[in-house]
Ligand binder design. Structure first.
Ligand SMILES: *Cc1c(COP(=O)(O)O)cnc(C)c1O
Length: 384
């Protein structure tokens, strides 16, 4: 089914999904196969080899395109594989302008892998999108933004970036992992490509690693599909099925992530031992107006520092929480706590980190969908 007039909650359940043509199974089967029998060479049902196409993946791709208001989606074995595919649109000598507060793995693939192929990356503050103009030259091909950013929850104005990208014929890529399609649809604000680590909110149950790209433009989709098939970083059908299953409850989960996030952000802000709290729902967040414009809620990702700003104090909190499990990743039903400086962002040099506000005592929470009172009690006993 694919009805563009349906609202998100309906699309999440039905978009792209049809009863299985062979049995009528309401749930899309896991087509665990590597190849498809042909009646004669070239005489097949649209499926030849499973790196190129798989029916479980096709259904998920159609669903993802619908929920991000795109026309096409492509799935990958991880969020990083999706990033890798986008970067392969570039040629030696090309330049990319990247938001300086972003997922550590994205920073790593750009600086440690693609820089070796002669591609230049400028990491800049995109809090004011106009700053992008200072870095555009004749080699610039792409703008890469994450919003809200990881882990400082900065907000980038997608519409303003898209305007600059269009003026200079640059591709605007937005990593929408933190917001999920429930809170934000970057294509609606003019982005060319939306990237997801479906490992996070889309999958939602911490049981799969998966990535996706969504776009409107058919020519761009064809280039990226060529890379997907040529380079081969495709997900297996079981992983596609897990993501498809996850997105059916995205709206219900996100609603609770947002409610719990708000309660915990306010609790932390009033705690005498807590220093700065980063959450884009606060009215005095530097880009709160932009967040209000482009997002439908503020999510469950929160970072905070301690007034006693040292690594030992942070480590003590990390060791004491019980409901908040110490782990990398985010976006699952269970609450997680992490220390960006030594975990997700360990690959960014210390001076770079500190310069961008990612201090040693920073703690990041992925607030789950448990009872908010229990979560607050857990933080209370850990922070002391
Ligand atoms: C996790 C994450 C990625 C990378 O995705 P994987 O599925 O782990 O490869 C990219 N961007 C953001 C914002 C992430 O949180």
């Amino acid at each position: 089914m694919n009805n563009k007039n349906h609202k998100l909650a309906t699309k999440l359940i039905h978009a792209g999904v049809e009863p299985d043509p062979t049995t009528g199974a309401i749930m899309t089967p896991i087509y665990q196969t590597s190849t498809y029998v042909q009646a004669a060479p070239g005489d097949h049902k649209g499926y030849e080899y499973a790196r190129t196409q798989n029916p479980t993946r096709t259904v998920l791709q159609n669903a993802l395109a619908a929920i991000e208001n795109g026309n096409h989606a492509l799935c990958f074995g991880s969020g990083m594989a999706a990033t890798d595919a986008v970067a392969k649109l570039l040629m030696p000598g090309d330049e990319v302008i990247v938001a300086n507060d972003l997922y550590g793995g994205t920073y790593r693939i750009f600086t440690k892998v693609f820089a070796n192929y002669g591609i230049k990356f400028d990491f800049i503050d995109m809090g004011n999108a106009e700053n992008i103009r200072n870095y555009i030259n004749s080699h610039t091909k792409m703008i890469w933004a994450e919003t809200p950013t990881n882990p400082l929850l900065n907000i980038v104005d997608i519409e303003a970036c898209a305007k600059i990208a269009k003026e200079h014929k640059l591709l605007l890529v937005v990593d929408n992992t933190f917001a999920s399609p429930y809170l934000q649809n970057p294509l609606d604000w003019g982005a060319d490509i939306v990237l997801h680590s479906a490992t996070k909110y889309l999958g939602g149950h911490s049981d799969v690693v998966h990535g996706a790209l969504i776009m409107k433009d058919a020519a761009l989709e064809e280039k990226l599909r060529f890379i997907q098939n040529s380079c081969g970083a495709v997900p297996g059908p079981h992983d596609c099925w897990l993501v498809l299953r996850g997105i059916k409850t995205l709206h219900v989960r996100m609603q609770r992530h947002c409610e719990n996030g708000e309660k915990i952000a306010n609790y932390l802000r009033n705690h005498p031992k807590v220093g700065k709290v980063y959450w884009c729902g606060f009215a005095d967040h530097p880009n709160h107006d932009v967040a209000k414009k482009q997002m439908r809620g503020f999510g469950g990702m929160i970072s905070f520092t301690l007034k006693d700003d040292n690594i030992e104090a942070a480590m003590s909190v990390l060791k004491k929480t019980e409901l908040f499990s110490l782990a990398e990743s985010l976006g699952g039903v269970e609450s997680l706590i992490g220390h960006p400086a030594s975990m997700t962002h360990g690959s960014i040099p210390r001076e770079e980190r500190i310069k961008n506000g990612l201090v040693d005592s920073l703690i990041r929470l992925s607030v789950g969908i448990e009872d908010a009172d229990d979560l607050i009690a857990d933080l209370e006993q850990a922070i002391g």
